[in-house]
Design a protein around this ligand. Structure first.
Ligand SMILES: [Zn+2]
Length: 109
């Protein structure tokens, strides 16, 4: 069973083909909408890439049970949910409150 506790371990995971594939599956299942916004009746979808500009990331695919503690669920579709950056940060901020430098690997989420 792989572990996802260090930055390097997580980085490798988030760059893996297996993650990229299941991430897309989660986005498609969730209709490319933030699931928390949806509960509140709001639609938050990803921005369209405009030529010459970097794409603004609005949606993340989140592990409901963090892979750090539940590595078995890292590639389980039921453990994934599409969240906007705001709701993702809100969730991670709550869970990893005590951890320093918690945004260091944010770009991989
Ligand atoms: Zn949201």
């Amino acid at each position: 069973m792989p572990e996802y506790k260090t930055y390097e371990q997580k980085r490798k995971f988030y760059l893996s083909k297996a993650w990229k594939d299941i991430r897309i599956a989660a986005l498609e299942r969730d209709n490319y909408e933030c699931q928390h916004c949806k509960e509140q009746g709001k639609v938050t979808v990803d921005s369209i890439k405009e030529p010459g500009k970097p794409k603004e990331i609005k949606l993340n695919v989140d592990h409901k049970y963090p892979i750090e503690y539940y590595p078995k669920l890292a590639l389980t579709l039921d453990n994934l949910q599409t969240l906007c950056v705001y709701h993702h940060n809100l969730k991670e901020g709550r869970i990893f409150k005590k951890k320093k430098n918690r945004w260091a690997d944010d770009e991989w989420w």
